[in-house]
Design a protein. Structure first.
Length: 310
């Protein structure tokens, strides 16, 4: 198993363009709109904010949840925003009307993750603390649901392959499972001895690789079709790893940590650390994400702020 390491390259530069301050507690997640004009942020303060990226101003505050908001995502057409939380609720917001249009009792346990199907504005998936995942189809106003069962612990994250055929789920039961989205059939259950809980999972843009944050100490890259490990990212961070994401071109992975830093890793050919931004926040970075074009990088922290880098 090849591991990442090597000296930091000086080719990559990132400057903090803006700091978004509004949340009164940890920012758990954020999402860029497809056109990159907006960013949505959510947190344990039960709030969801919609921001203008360039003006750094709040466009709208959505206060619908009665518990911590765990995740948010934009539809492909940028007209809808979904949010979920520990209150077991999934909310859908119409961004043309700037109001909530649907509120679903999504699961019988806190909802930990929600994500739209790539290219879709009607189909999305949710994952819950009770180990269940649900694929929703809300086209035409009627909601169809497909439940995926097989995990024995909370599901922390969901990712779809770019062709939308395969769905990955990451769980506290120490497995990464692959599913056929259309049938709900389990394709594979991936696990390596000693890895521990699987906190995140993300398909590469071409759908070949899956990056999974395991045991808070490393990122394991799986080849999805072959179901084998191709690379491991570890070291550099002095605290727990908290999140990982692919760059839009699939050439890099960005990781965030409790040590208040984020790091960018080149995963083409000779893998190496490209950039390590120490003390990017005043405390740990909970979440990190590229915008769709790669122009922006957002980091969300336990310090109640979101930083936008470019």
């Amino acid at each position: 198993e090849p591991k990442m390491g090597g000296k930091e390259s000086k080719e990559f530069k990132a400057e903090c363009a803006s700091v978004l301050i509004a949340h009164t507690d940890t920012v758990t997640h954020c999402a860029f709109s497809p056109n990159e004009k907006w960013i949505a942020t959510c947190g344990t303060d039960k709030k969801v904010f919609l921001w203008d990226v360039k003006k750094m101003k709040i466009i709208k505050e959505f206060a619908l949840h009665k518990g911590a908001v765990t995740c948010c995502d934009f539809s492909a057409n940028g007209e809808f925003l979904i949010t979920c939380g520990r209150d077991k609720v999934l909310a859908v917001f119409d961004l043309k009307k700037m109001e909530s249009i649907k509120r679903y009792a999504a699961h019988e346990a806190p909802v930990l993750y929600c994500v739209y199907l790539p290219g879709s504005s009607y189909e999305f998936a949710t994952a819950a603390e009770d180990g269940t995942a649900t694929v929703w189809d809300a086209q035409g106003g009627k909601v169809k649901k497909r439940h995926l069962e097989g995990h024995r612990g909370p599901i922390n994250c969901i990712s779809f392959s770019s062709d939308t055929i395969t769905m990955a789920t990451a769980s506290d039961d120490c497995t990464l499972k692959l599913w056929n989205r259309s049938t709900g059939r389990q394709i594979a259950s991936l696990k390596e001895e000693g890895d521990g809980r699987v906190h995140t999972c993300h398909f590469s843009p071409d759908g070949v690789l899956i990056a999974a944050l395991v045991g808070h100490a490393k990122v394991r890259l799986w080849n999805a079709p072959l179901q084998n490990t191709v690379m491991i990212i570890d070291g550099t961070h002095e605290g727990f790893y908290r999140w990982c994401s692919f760059s839009p071109d699939g050439k890099f992975i960005v990781t965030s940590s409790d040590d208040a830093s984020y790091a960018l890793w080149d995963i083409e050919g000779k893998a190496q650390l490209v950039h390590h931004s120490k003390d990017a926040h005043s405390s740990g970075i909970r979440f990190v994400l590229f915008s769709e074009s790669g122009k922006y990088l957002a980091t969300a922290g336990y310090d109640k702020t979101v930083h936008i880098w470019h």
